[in-house]
Design a protein around this ligand. Structure first.
Ligand code: AMP
Ligand code: MG
Length: 486
């Protein structure tokens, strides 16, 4: 099969791209292939499963005119700037045109050391790559913008972590891999001796063309780009919050310009509602806790603004004033997306925000007090809208307070059909993800496939999937930890 891979990023932004090739994979075997996504990309699933297809999916044989590159970027990691991060174990193979003409990056993770690898081995283990596959599929099915997983191929190469694990490569598809950290890196190189002062503008123009083309028509295209990214990120984080998604490592290198969720490392879905929830083993201060995510997104956007300042205005003071005025719009945009989403979750999409917002605040306080499961609660509340309040009421310790709340909510005439369209039954629950990945690491892909079946149709309750709708045991939840970059 002849695959047309373009090299737009590599050609337009050579300073941010190092030509590189993947490490050999001694024994490539297909673990999972995303057939619907393959077809969206105009790729034949049976060809992708063939030896030539697998060689593409691990990067060892790419079309003759393709230019695989490791992308350079910087990043604030837990608040500290690392000027040179980049793809330590990933490669951009190039861009594909999907069947509707959209440009999509084809990218590999776990394909071997690159010049950005620092101390890392450049590899990835089967478990974490399947984790990204499962969770990104779940996010997509929940209508949350995300990079997609095309395939996971085991390489036959062992990876040394705490134990020796089977290695794998994830083939990932994204609107692009341009990040806030790409701009931070470009701003630094542009100013360095011998740097091209126009590099930042080239990157911004690339991002406008690919993600926010309307900005090209604006009076000030770079400010319009910034405003579009602010809006996309405010909407994205509101969607995360509505489903209880905790990204876990919202460093500036893990925030896209497209507004897609990227980098499923230590992410997890919250079970018992609590804004302080953190699962990542390295986030000891709770910087990236569930409830901090909107504030962190704004903090990252301020770092984006710092990189963009020279494009805003030659006069730094004026540039800063423009950036601040734009950043000021984040909170309102976020709150309105959140409030609109919560009204739908409560089945009262047309009720006025001034009435519903205080109800939401009180509900969340009660959920926190009673450690109510964030996902199953809204489905049970849907049953209450249909007249069966027993199951949801049983979740609360302070029954009088809940009854008072429910009376006010019912007075708004909630619609169960609306609630069932937006409140998922199935999310990738932490204990089920762990169980599935453990089995896959031991060679049994059955549980991963079954979990995928559940989370790919998250809103449709089905017999046989009961355990996928229930939270894990309290003891599991209390000790559950996720890990970065594994
Ligand atoms: P992440 O936490 O996955 O966003 O990765 C942060 C940085 O560490 C990126 O520059 C990655 O390319 C790099 N990195 C993570 N794991 C490895 C690895 N095993 N080998 C080389 N680089 C890595
Ligand atoms: Mg990353």
């Amino acid at each position: 099969m002849n695959i047309a891979l373009e090299s737009r990023f590599a050609a337009e932004l050579p300073e941010l791209a190092v030509r590189w090739k993947a490490e050999d994979a001694p024994d490539p075997r297909l673990l999972v292939l995303n057939e619907p996504l393959a077809r969206d990309l105009g790729l034949d699933p049976s060809w992708l499963s063939s030896p030539e297809g697998l060689a593409l999916l691990v990067g060892t044989a790419v079309p003759a005119d393709a230019t695989p590159v490791a992308q350079g970027y910087a990043g604030h990691q837990f608040g500290n700037l690392v000027p040179r991060l980049g793809d330590g174990r990933a490669l951009l193979l190039g861009e594909l045109l999907d069947v509707s003409g959209g440009v999509r990056d084809l990218h590999l993770k776990g394909s071997g050391r690159t010049p950005f690898a620092r101390g890392g081995d450049g590899l990835a283990a089967v478990g974490p790559m399947l984790r990204e596959y499962v969770i990104s599929e779940a996010m997509h099915a929940l209508h949350i913008p995300t990079t997609r997983a095309l395939a996971v191929v085991s390489t036959g190469r062992p990876v040394r972590r705490e134990t020796v694990l089977p290695g794998a490569v994830l083939a990932r598809v994204a609107a692009s891999h341009v990040r806030v950290g790409s701009f931070q890196y470009a701003a630094m190189i542009a100013q360095a001796p011998g740097g091209d002062p126009d590099l930042l503008r080239r990157l911004a123009d690339h991002a406008i063309a690919r993600h926010h083309p309307a900005a090209a028509e604006a009076d000030h295209r770079y400010l319009a780009l910034f405003n579009a990214v602010i809006a996309a990120q405010a909407d994205l984080v509101a969607r995360w919050m509505l489903v209880g998604f905790i990204h876990g490592v919202m460093n500036t290198d893990n925030m896209t310009i497209s507004g897609e969720t990227i980098d499923y490392g230590p992410c997890a879905f919250m079970e018992a509602f609590d804004p302080a929830t953190v699962y990542s083993s390295i986030d000891s201060w709770g910087r990236y806790a569930y409830g901090n995510q909107p504030a962190i997104a704004l903090w990252n956007l301020a770092r984006f603004a710092e990189a963009l300042l020279p494009l805003f205005d030659e006069d730094t003071e004026k540039a800063v004033a423009l950036a601040e005025a734009s950043l000021g719009a984040f909170q309102g945009r976020y709150e309105s997306a959140w409030s609109q989403g919560m009204r739908a979750k409560l089945g009262v999409p047309d009720a006025p925000a001034e009435v519903v917002d205080p109800l939401v605040g009180e509900l969340l306080e009660q959920m926190k007090q009673s450690r109510v499961d964030h996902t199953s609660f809204y489905r049970r509340l849907g049953q209450a809208a249909r007249g069966d309040a027993g199951p949801v009421r049983g979740e609360f310790v302070d029954l009088a307070a809940f009854d008072a709340w429910a009376g006010r909510w019912r007075a708004l005439r909630p619609r169960a059909d609306v609630m069932e369209r937006v409140n998922p039954v199935y999310i990738p629950r932490n204990h089920l993800v762990e169980e599935a990945l453990t089995a896959a690491t031991d060679g049994d892909l059955g549980p991963v496939e079954r979990l995928l079946e559940a989370v790919r149709s998250p809103f449709t309750e089905r017999p046989g999937f009961e355990r996928y709708a229930e939270p894990g045991a309290q003891e599991f939840a209390a000790s559950f930890r996720t890990f970065c970059g594994t």
